[in-house]
Design a protein around this ligand. Structure first.
Ligand SMILES: C[S@@+](CC[C@H](N)C(=O)[O-])C[C@H]1O[C@@H](n2cnc3c(N)ncnc32)[C@H](O)[C@@H]1O
Ligand code: SF4
Length: 367
């Protein structure tokens, strides 16, 4: 492949989890970390080394350690992986994020991670209410969540919260948000609980809040967060000025990403085509063989949908000069229909207020 100018991020998947949460559909394992931690790090380093065709001479714009629970991995193995790519970073201040579960947060752990090169923490709080954490089957409680939030108050941190939890009220969502607002946190991902097939929740009868309560939760969240200096810049993402996630923005702007680790996904483009592929999920299989599977060229209608599903998530749209690819004629034709219907913006790529409110329907224009 010739030198590629499309921005490239690195995603490192560390699948470790202490327990399987009943709502989670990520690629995870509850196998012991200790005996496998070093072996997985070595396989990941090998995987990156063998991906030079996909990297195509590019440096990494950002790195993201996601999971699973990357905070269960040893700091030594995180450092080893980072050491292997340090000279492949676009800038010495490139965003390097690591996901943590509250129980793993301690001053000592954070100190080690920062020394290794991590400069942003993504903390999976989900809720500050004991009742809601139990309803989600989490292995941490309110006390642990508060403690972790306090320890991270001076560190560049984003928090994940879930709303729409069984028996949750709009007032409780407000309380969760107020805890974040009162801390020094500069970024928040706010996800509505989705019931994914192949999860325990899918088979259970749950008393989930109704549509009206969900709408109320969203109105309260918008109001509280905007009043307190957070701006929504993507469907689930809220940030203080200057604190947007560079890694996630690269996904939504249709940049490339190289995924390494069991079950990780990659998207790589060049002038002719867009390729998506993944690595196998079972831990032992990946450690033995990091080859790419399910390689798929994306074009035509499928590419139009793929583009819409990413680009249109960005709130208030994207200037043409910030696009990473030339938009296909078929996409632009469908886009114009959306402009005519008042769902898509003129002059940049993005949804109008109405189009954003009904984003799933708006994306259907690109089928
Ligand atoms: C890779 S996951 C898990 C990260 C970390 N292990 C944790 O659980 O805190 C990233 C985030 O996705 C969100 N998430 C996972 N499954 C979800 C679901 N079914 N519905 C809504 N949000 C979900 C959670 O907020 C979670 O923190
Ligand atoms: S939600 Fe997080 S901790 Fe729970 S199973 Fe999924 S990745 Fe693991």
């Amino acid at each position: 492949m010739a030198l590629n100018k499309i921005p490239l991020s690195l995603y490192v998947h560390l699948p470790w989890c202490e327990t399987q949460c009943p709502y989670c559909d990520f690629s995870i394992t509850t196998q012991p970390v200790d005996s496998n931690d070093v072996r997985l790090a070595e396989a990941i380093i090998k995987d990156i080394k063998h991906s030079s065709d996909f990297i195509a001479g590019r440096k990494f714009k950002s790195i993201y350690f996601g999971g699973g629970t990357p905070s269960l991995a040893s700091t030594k193995s995180i450092k080893q992986i980072l050491d292997s790519v340090r000279d492949r970073l676009e800038s010495s201040s490139a965003e390097i994020t690591l996901e943590m579960n509250p129980n793993d947060v301690s001053e000592k752990k954070i100190e080690g991670l920062l020394e290794a090169g991590i400069n942003r923490i993504s903390l999976g709080i989900q809720s500050y209410s004991d009742q809601e954490l139990q309803a989600l089957g989490r292995n941490h409680d309110r006390k642990s969540a508060i403690r972790a939030t306090k320890i991270l108050k001076d560190i560049n941190t984003t928090i994940d919260l879930i709303y729409g939890i069984e028996k949750q009220t709009p007032e409780s969502v407000a309380k969760n948000l107020e805890t974040i607002i009162d801390s020094n946190i500069n970024h928040l991902s706010l996800y509505q609980l989705t019931i994914e097939p192949n999860t325990i929740f899918y088979k259970k009868e749950l008393l989930l809040p109704g549509e009206a309560a969900i709408e109320k939760m969203e109105v309260i969240a918008k109001d509280l967060l905007e009043k307190n200096g957070f701006e929504q810049y993507e469907v689930s993402s809220w940030s203080k000025p200057g604190c947007k996630s560079q890694h996630n923005l690269n996904y939504w702007q249709f940049g490339d990403f190289l995924g390494v680790g069991p079950g990780s996904h990659s998207k790589i483009s060049n002038n002719q085509e867009i390729i998506r592929y993944r690595k196998i999920k079972p831990l032992e299989g990946y450690i033995k063989n990091q080859k790419s599977t399910d390689l798929k060229m994306i074009s035509g209608n499928e590419l139009d949908m793929d583009l819409a599903m990413n680009l249109l998530r960005i709130k208030n749209g994207l200037q043409h000069q910030n696009l990473t690819i030339d938009l296909p004629a078929s996409f632009l034709k469908k886009y114009q229909r959306g402009v005519d219907e008042g769902l898509l913006l003129k002059g940049k790529i993005g949804a109008t207020q109405k189009g954003y409110q009904f984003l799933n329907e708006t994306i259907q224009l690109f089928f």
